[in-house]
Design a protein around this ligand. Structure first.
Ligand code: ATP
Length: 406
């Protein structure tokens, strides 16, 4: 087993990889007719494609924003670090009044502004607001800001990262991989139905809830407003799981998510992403030009699905025409009752052993050993750096009704 250490993939890292790769292609003529990234303004194409006029166009108004004073950073006790990402950290926290556990994603404003990432953050926020009703997408309860930080209060997925379990077990058996792949596919199909492309599917973003069901998190790289076979060109995502058209800066569409699902399914079944090489450049080159080789040891239905999802030609990739429906009728998923799956009636193949809702057993100690800053609960006045960020889910209204005796 190749031990992968998780380090946040920053755009600086991607920039480095792409610059190097670009130079390599220029020098060694890898056979691509398409220029790889030549400029690093990650948002330029997005704004022209979505027809808006850049960061200034990102604004969200919420009818209950005036309730902002009812929920703030000071209402939570921050207990442990449970994850890290490129914009900040995720903490396990309890609400002081209702005693419930939440995962609070805290983003540093200065880092976001310095890297001009406002659009990604507001995009994540916007997607979280839109996708409150899918069983396999993380739920946003509140969001608020202080002078220095943005806070997203999410359901705590206490089963941990799929990545964490996968890398402890090396591979999953087919029934288990099928279950996760089906729940992930269901979530992706739902996002696509809202014209959202997820774009960053990787095992670290697939979490498990207390019952062992999938919870897809991290919508920072989603792209909204991509209808039908609409295309985008922005370079983003995690190199191992990037589709060839993304690496080559060709136009891409929602089928990048089906490639991502193929990559995650491959890793679940074989223990490594497809086209894997310890030499990262070699791996990127393989993604673009090497035919997919699948070793024996998995069923022919699984291999066929992988071949179809990992088709380098996005127009021929499974899902290109009828999206999720095409995947649902593939032989690999023949035993899945999709309605039952959606209703969470299919018993998960693995149920995390937990002592309670705040259990940290399935969270990597590399995170939980990190210090929790004392200043997280301090509420300085906030500027209007991120207007429209504040959000309070309906359940705070019932909470206040309970506490005021109504
Ligand atoms: P990236 O650099 O991958 O874009 P990010 O800054 O957007 O990361 P997330 O991916 O959202 O941050 O979160 C980082 C990690 O925190 C996740 O990989 C996961 O381990 C943990 N995490 C995030 N949300 C939750 C949650 N709701 N419950 C439990 N753990 C979570």
């Amino acid at each position: 087993m190749v031990k992968k250490t998780k380090s946040p993939v920053t755009y600086a890292k991607i920039k480095g990889i792409v610059s190097y790769f670009t130079a390599l292609i220029k020098d060694k003529k890898l056979g691509s007719n398409y220029p790889i990234y030549q400029q690093m303004d990650f948002f330029q194409h997005e704004s022209s494609l979505s027809g808006d006029d850049g960061a200034a166009a990102v604004s969200f108004s919420n009818p209950i924003e005036e309730l902002q004073s009812r929920v703030s950073a000071a209402d939570f006790d921050y207990l442990k670090v449970i994850g890290t990402g490129s914009f900040g950290k995720v903490f396990l926290a309890t609400h002081r009044e209702n005693g419930r556990y939440y995962a609070v994603k805290v983003l540093q404003k200065h880092g976001i502004l310095a890297r001009k990432e406002e659009r990604h953050v507001m995009c994540e926020h916007s997607v979280l607001l839109k996708t409150l009703n899918h069983p396999f997408l993380v739920k946003l309860h509140f969001s608020f800001q202080t002078k220095d930080r943005l806070y997203l209060v999410l359901d705590y997925a206490c089963g941990g990262e799929l990545f964490y379990h996968l890398h402890r077990e090396w591979v999953f058996g087919e029934p288990r991989a099928r279950f996760y792949a089906a729940e992930i596919a269901s979530a992706l199909g739902y996002l696509h139905s809202l014209n959202i492309v997820y774009r960053d599917l990787k095992p670290e973003n697939v979490l498990l809830d207390s019952g062992g069901h999938v919870v897809l998190t991290d919508f920072g790289l989603c792209k909204e407003g991509v209808t039908g076979r609409g295309t985008i060109r922005t370079f983003c995502g995690t190199p191992e799981y990037l589709a060839p058209e993304v690496l080559q800066q060709r136009k891409y569409d929602r089928t990048v998510d089906w490639w991502g699902l193929g990559a995650v399914l491959h890793e679940m079944l074989y223990g490594l992403p497809p086209f894997y090489s310890t030499d990262r450049l070699e791996m990127l080159r393989n993604i673009i030009s090497q035919p997919l080789e699948l070793k024996p040891g998995v069923s022919s239905a699984a291999r066929d699905l992988l071949k179809r999802l990992l088709n380098k030609d996005r127009a021929k990739r499974l899902g290109a025409k009828r999206d999720l429906t095409e995947l649902q009728s593939h032989a690999f998923f023949s035993s899945i009752q999709w309605d039952e799956l959606f209703a969470k009636k299919i018993p998960p193949p693995f149920v995390p052993s937990l002592s309670g809702p705040g259990d940290l057993t399935n969270i990597d100690p590399r995170f939980t050993e990190l210090p929790v800053p004392q200043s997280l609960g301090v509420c300085e006045e906030y500027g209007a750096t991120f207007p429209g960020f504040t959000y309070i889910n309906d359940n705070i209204l019932s909470l206040s009704a309970q506490t005021s005796g109504h």
